[in-house]
Write a protein that binds this ligand. Structure first.
Ligand SMILES: [Cu+2]
Length: 156
């Protein structure tokens, strides 16, 4: 009788421990709010000289030569936020609004996903984060800067 009771208690404790562990990393539905943005800066050549070095090609960096008033500008296209962290198994929705730039056709390599973000519109992409690793969310017209990292933490 006491042996049986001990066994029941042991099984109960082990079950509770297993459930506790499961619930801490149980998959959840996550919505990540993102935006396609284009921060800009500039100055006049009497205060700061126009940069001598060209920026990398790809559409993600733009350096505009001084205008008639001597003002030059620099811009870059970005995903905001630039890093997204989820747990393996999560059901993830990226809700992305287009703020700057007419269109951002993007892919998430490794997850076989692609879509387009347009200015003034929301694009939603939903997927199960079943593969752990770091994956690029890359805009095809604004490289190299418009790449965010999707970090999928492995199941423990
Ligand atoms: Cu883009």
């Amino acid at each position: 009788m006491i042996k049986k009771l001990f066994l029941l208690v042991t099984v109960g404790v082990l079950t509770l421990a297993a459930c506790g562990r499961q619930s801490s990393s149980a998959p959840v539905e996550r919505t990540i709010y993102m935006a396609a943005v284009e921060p800009k800066g500039g100055q006049t050549i009497d205060k700061e000289p126009f940069p001598a070095e060209a920026l990398p090609e790809g559409g993600g960096y733009i350096l505009k030569e001084p205008n008639t008033d001597g003002r030059w500008e620099v811009e870059t296209y970005r995903w905001d936020p630039g890093t997204i962290v989820v747990n393996q198994g999560d059901i993830v929705t990226l809700e992305i609004i287009g703020i700057n730039g007419a269109e951002h056709p993007f892919t998430i390599a490794g997850y076989n996903l692609s879509d387009v973000v347009k200015r003034g519109q929301i694009t939603r992409v939903t997927f199960t984060a079943d593969k752990p690793g770091i994956f690029k969310i890359a805009c095809g017209v604004h490289l190299p800067s418009m790449q965010a990292d999707l970090v999928v933490l492995p199941k423990q």
